[in-house]
Write a protein that binds this ligand. Structure first.
Ligand code: SF4
Ligand code: SF4
Length: 440
């Protein structure tokens, strides 16, 4: 049966809903002793996973059991914050499989980073540039597991769950068709585009600024955070790279605080953002230091803790892109690093993070709103995952049904299928997306 599960997942186009969209049929094409459902959801204001663990606990356990059987795992863990008491209660009642347990995490950021999560669960650090499989774990996300449950029932991924929060009249969590313009999702929360407002896609720490509110939501969109345009989190993302570099050169005091607090450094990896800052600021060429940026998970802790208001994480992002273009990767030696002894004292408490980011007024419940959103037009990206873009299977003028495959994985390449998220007619088709207009 494992092959059938993987086949169903592949056909349904399931990807990691909580991250970069790694194709799930590839991730679970391995054997592992333990499958971990990552319900930490540590980015401030996002509330999708917590609510899904409460409202869909049985479906979550069904998907988890199927994934465990598929990889031959004798153990399944649902890892979530101890403060998610409602989800813990619901799951504790629903668990009947003796192989499955709940692991309660402290309320710190970034508890949900895979490397940090494995450290918390096992007391061991993954090798540099390693993956959980190095220690016999496969980690997946709550919504991904629910999509697996639906895939086994023959339902492809056509929707995504996301939280709309921040400076909105009515924060909410909702399920919307893939390809829906963000603007329409924001309307659900009572938000209209205005010059004084800006939107982050994803969380406040790792999310990116949305430049066009017509941008479609994808399988990996987890949140839209609306903030005043003058909010520090928005300003930080608007600063041009030259300005970031100029400020790094003139303002960085090499205090090393960014390195002392870096969660990846604290689990024992060889990244030290202050050294990267020094290298970039003085345009020194040091390949070893440059390559260490590939150990950065982009959590943004260094930006948060810098006493001079600098943005090491943003500069890291730029450097990573440069290395990617040059085809440079990081190869660890596979050994298990030693975490720093003071690691536990350097975890950033969730509440302090919310206050420090100036998000306290927005830290409100965002309950599930079941209101059906029926977009008139969806623009479905053919690449919503890691790997190659799908090849379009439809042309302008073709009628399509919700759930129909409209993009296929090219040959044996890494990728994930894409499906129509509404019934309608294809009105535009390029190598990057398929636009469908609903038929009345
Ligand atoms: S914390 Fe800020 S000032 Fe200190 S070394 Fe890092 S970037 Fe420089
Ligand atoms: S974003 Fe900063 S703190 Fe986070 S892993 Fe990268 S260097 Fe470390």
């Amino acid at each position: 049966m494992p092959g059938n599960v993987l086949k169903a997942i592949r056909e349904a186009g399931v990807v990691g809903a909580g991250g970069a969209g790694f194709p799930t049929h590839v991730k679970f094409g391995n054997k592992a002793g333990c499958v971990v459902v990552n319900g930490a959801e540590c980015e401030p204001l996002l509330q999708v996973d917590r609510q899904l663990m409460v409202s869909r606990s049985k479906e979550l356990l069904t998907g988890l059991a199927a994934l465990m059987d598929s990889v031959g795992a004798g153990r399944g863990i649902i890892a979530l914050k101890a403060k998610y008491t409602d989800a813990i209660e619901q799951l504790s009642t629903a668990i009947t499989d003796s192989r499955v347990e709940i692991f309660q995490l402290g309320d710190f950021y970034p508890a949900g980073d895979e490397q940090i999560l494995i450290r918390e669960l096992s007391g061991r650090s993954l090798p540099e540039a390693g993956i959980p499989l190095n220690l016999d774990y496969i980690v997946t996300n709550v919504e991904t597991v629910l999509n697996v449950t639906e895939a086994i029932e023959g339902q492809p991924v056509v929707d995504t769950w996301l939280t709309v929060s921040g400076s909105v009249a009515e924060p909410l969590t909702c399920r919307v068709p893939v390809g829906t313009p963000m603007e329409e999702v924001l309307h659900l929360a009572g938000v209209r585009q205005a010059p004084g407002l800006a939107v982050l896609e994803g969380g406040p720490m790792m999310g990116r600024l949305v430049s066009d509110w017509h941008t479609p939501v994808s399988k990996t969109t987890k949140g839209l955070i609306v903030l005043p345009a003058g909010h520090a989190l928005i300003k930080a993302r608007q600063a041009p790279p030259e300005q970031l570099l100029r400020r790094a050169r003139s303002v960085c005091i090499q205090c090393e605080r960014c390195s002392q607090m870096c969660p990846r450094r604290l689990v024992g990896h060889g990244i030290r953002p202050h050294r990267i800052m020094r290298m970039l600021a003085y345009a020194r060429e040091d390949l070893e230091v440059a390559k260490s940026v590939l150990l950065c998970c982009g959590c943004g802790v260094c930006d948060y803790v810098c006493p001079m208001g600098l943005f090491p994480k943003r500069l890291n992002d730029l450097l990573k892109a440069e290395l990617g273009k040059a085809g440079i990767s990081y190869r660890g030696d596979g050994t298990e690093p030693q975490a720093l002894s003071h690691r536990d004292y350097r975890k950033i408490p969730g509440k302090r993070l919310v206050s420090g980011l100036g998000l306290k007024p927005y830290d409100r419940p965002a309950p599930v709103k079941e209101a059906a959103i029926r977009p008139q037009r969806v623009s479905i990206p053919l690449k919503q995952h890691l790997g190659e873009a799908c090849l379009p299977l439809v042309q302008v003028g073709n009628p399509v049904k919700q759930g129909q495959v409209i993009g296929e994985i090219p040959g044996k390449k890494l990728g994930a299928r894409v499906h129509a998220s509404i019934d309608g007619i294809v009105v535009e088709q390029t190598l990057t997306h398929v636009v469908i207009e609903a038929v009345e």
